[in-house]
Design a protein around this ligand. Structure first.
Ligand code: ACO
Length: 430
């Protein structure tokens, strides 16, 4: 029993249970409710997990009220300023920043796993050219399980680590292939002399008939966006990866499930949604009309890229991205009226009582699309970019979960509100 605890008393029966208080390194203490069903016969009710800690984790910490995001203790602002995506991926997976030798070994491994089995390329032919790239990503990443299943020993840490490396390495190759398929160009093989983001740009934008030089501005901006998207503790897609992984499922299947969860517009699909929304708003004069729609509870329209379950202050990633937006547009010489529109929308919304009262601020997705657009990445690929970056976070959580000696299958309870027990009625009597 923890030294601190709470007593929960059932006022009907007078029975009590002592609930230990679990202390983390940072953040809210957490009540261990496991004793409640045994002692009092009740379950706890927390739909959408607004207050429930589903696991213990040492990877990422968020203080949503203060706008703080730490990876393994390091503030996101410092990682964005000084690190690169591969180093951040190492940090997430291993818990410490790599020394020079560890970094060289890790980046070498990630570069060497970039190729995909030739038969996997044929899978793309099964998709129509206009298939959404996220649907292809889900299908093709899930299909990797077919190539890496028989020899995979889920009790061997090294096997699990190799799977994590394969996922981080191969996803850019698959993402670029999704894009090439959608525009009818041949799939481009990876080049292991290029770094992670350069390689992705090369596979997306080069063609076999001419030389292609990767833009350093684009590679730098992508690297930064990928650091900002790398992990975000127990969000919907990461929790999905953990839940699926808790069954002992193949890691490629787990990440495919994560991709599915990320696709939704309430989660990673919001970056695509922001551009569609800005397009729909069209010009500054229309902003008030759309803000009214966003506030109207009878209208399904929401301000995409606004609001967050955890951040009730600014999202620190959005602050960094907004600044980078200026830089990228300036460096690429892009004049994007959408950026102007986005900034005006932010300004007006942040003064509106509805958004102030509900603490709705721009999230990571509000400005990322403007940058992707300036880099020539099509809107339908925005969430794919997010999925690539988040893969390092997903695999880190999956590895952490798999290493937990007390890990059990994830299996929530429910509050049943359906019909009580009743007898079957034959068809002719209904
Ligand atoms: N536009 C208008 N109203 C909003 C918005 C929005 N974007 N977001 C929240 N609200 C309102 C809700 O209607 C609710 O109002 P109420 O109290 O009058 O009922 C209140 O603000 C609180 O919001 P919840 O829905 O309870 O917040 P929740 O934590 O469930 O949802 C979410 C968070 C899904 C991010 C929501 O803010 C949203 O849908 N935003 C738009 C989509 C988006 O940008 N998603 C990306 C999130 S970041 C990421 O996943 C990478």
């Amino acid at each position: 029993m923890s030294s601190k605890n709470l007593t929960l008393t059932d006022n009907t029966t007078g029975k009590s249970v002592e609930l230990p208080l679990l202390e983390g390194t940072l953040g809210n203490s957490t009540i261990d409710v496991k004793g409640i069903p045994g002692e009092l016969g009740y379950f706890t009710h927390d739909p959408s997990f607004g207050t429930t800690a589903s696991c213990e984790s040492e990877i990422t910490f968020i203080d949503g009220d203060k706008g703080v995001l730490l990876h393994r203790g390091y503030p996101i602002e410092q990682l964005a300023e000084n690190s690169n995506y591969i180093e951040t991926a190492y940090l997430l997976i291993h818990g410490e920043l790599p020394n020079a030798e560890e970094f060289a070994t890790f980046s070498n491994i990630i570069r060497r796993h970039t190729m995909i089995n030739e038969s996997l390329k044929k899978f793309f032919d099964g998709f129509r050219h206009d298939a959404h790239p996220m649907s292809m990503m889900m299908g093709v990443v899930g299909s990797l399980a077919a190539f890496y299943h028989d020899g995979l020993n889920m009790n061997d840490e090294e096997h699990l680590m190799v799977s994590a490396h394969r996922l981080i390495s191969k996803l850019p190759t698959i993402a670029a292939a999704c894009y090439k398929h959608s525009i009818g160009e041949p799939i481009v093989y990876p080049r292991n002399d290029l770094d992670y983001c350069e390689n992705l740009l090369y596979m997306m934008f080069s063609v076999p008939c001419e030389d292609y030089v990767v833009s350093p501005i684009a590679a730098k901006a992508l690297n930064l966006l990928f650091i900002l998207h790398a992990d975000h503790e127990q969000n919907a897609s990461t929790s999905t990866v953990r839940l699926v992984g808790s069954t002992g499922a193949n890691p490629f299947a787990c990440i495919s499930a994560g991709i599915a969860a990320l696709w939704g517009p309430a989660h990673g699909g919001a970056n695509e949604g922001v551009l569609t929304m800005l397009d729909e708003i069209g010009s500054v004069e229309n902003i008030p009309k759309f803000l009214e729609k966003a506030k109207d509870k009878n209208d399904p329209f929401k301000l995409m890229g606004f609001g967050h379950r955890v951040y009730k202050n600014f999202d620190p990633r959005a602050t960094i991205i907004r600044k980078v937006c200026y830089e990228v547009l300036e460096e690429t010489g892009t004049q994007d009226p959408m950026f102007e529109l986005a900034m005006k929308l932010e300004e007006i919304a942040l003064k509106d009582e509805y958004f102030v009262e509900r603490k709705l601020y721009p999230n990571v997705d509000f400005y990322s699309g403007v940058i992707y657009k300036a880099l020539g990445i099509p809107v339908s690929m925005f969430t794919v970019m997010f999925a690539l970056a988040r893969t390092s976070g997903w695999v880190s959580h999956w590895l952490e979960m798999m290493a937990d000696p007390n890990g059990r299958i994830g299996r929530p309870r429910q509050l049943y509100k359906g019909s009580p027990k009743r007898d079957y009625v034959s068809l002719d009597e209904r």
